[in-house]
Design a protein around this ligand. Structure first.
Ligand SMILES: [Fe+2]
Ligand SMILES: [Fe+2]
Length: 254
């Protein structure tokens, strides 16, 4: 990490502590990107992803991993659905409405793939990895945030899902994951390539557009900083837990 990026990360701590004024929107986005990168770069390579258990695994693990992916798509639909009600910005509402549609479509595509392999997705399915359910709970409930302020509730959810999870997926995970499944599961590769990846890039950009709305507003920036921190800490636990879940999986080269 260079000196400039370290100071950007420190600036966020000072804003969160109320010790300095908030940044202009674009600078805030840059500092948050830097923080996300610095967090993950401080972890060993194989602890940076929960995309494990695809391709060259037992049939049981492959089916379970696809069920987890189906449920993840539903989760990624339901959170922006909540946010749609909370957003005070019309153009962001349009983006969120698109995301809700995209994610339900991803669910259908992944479920059809699972079924084509002989697997099933039960209606009452819950993913078997507790840490992953806990990360989702932070996004669903904004960690039991009691704020009556809709923008605060929206920011917390966006910092967890769109910026924390999806943004990191797009920046780091998907390139490596795609390279891996291109060889080990070409059908899944094609589905991601044609139906999912471009949408995910858009969802990640929504996270950045929402952060930009925090322009020079310390209260808003503090919420986003706090919830990105919670999301990343929990996501790291998720990644460790997925390594146990998919112990028979061949880790993709990162
Ligand atoms: Fe998705
Ligand atoms: Fe998404």
């Amino acid at each position: 990490m260079n000196v400039e990026s370290k100071s950007k990360v420190d600036v966020l701590d000072e804003i969160a502590a109320g010790e300095r004024d908030a940044l202009p929107g674009a600078e805030f986005v840059d500092a948050m990107l830097e923080r996300r990168r610095a967090f993950w770069e401080s972890k060993p390579l194989l602890e940076r992803t929960h995309y494990r258990g695809f391709g060259e695994v037992s049939e049981e693990t492959a089916h379970e991993r696809l069920r987890i992916q189906c449920q993840a798509e539903l989760f990624a639909a339901q959170v922006p659905h909540q946010m749609l009600e909370l957003a005070p910005w019309t153009e962001i509402k349009a983006d969120l409405a698109r995301q809700v549609h995209d994610e339900y479509r991803h669910f259908k595509v992944v479920k059809a793939h699972l079924e084509s392999l002989g697997g099933e997705y039960p209606k009452d399915y819950l993913p078997p990895v507790k840490e992953w359910r806990e990360l989702q709970a932070i996004a669903y409930s904004a960690d039991m945030l009691q704020s009556p302020d809709h923008v605060t509730q929206l920011l917390a959810r966006s910092a967890v899902l769109q910026f924390g999870i999806e943004g990191w997926d797009v920046e780091f995970i998907h390139p490596h994951f795609m390279q891996h499944i291109e060889t080990h599961d070409p059908r899944l590769f094609e589905l991601f390539e044609t139906e999912i990846i471009n949408d995910e890039r858009f969802h990640s950009e929504i996270g950045e557009r929402i952060l930009k709305k925090c322009d020079r507003n310390r209260d808003m920036q503090r919420v986003a900083i706090t919830y990105l921190g919670k999301a990343m800490q929990q996501h790291h636990k998720v990644n460790l837990a997925f390594a146990d879940f998919a112990a028979d999986a061949r880790p993709f080269a990162v």
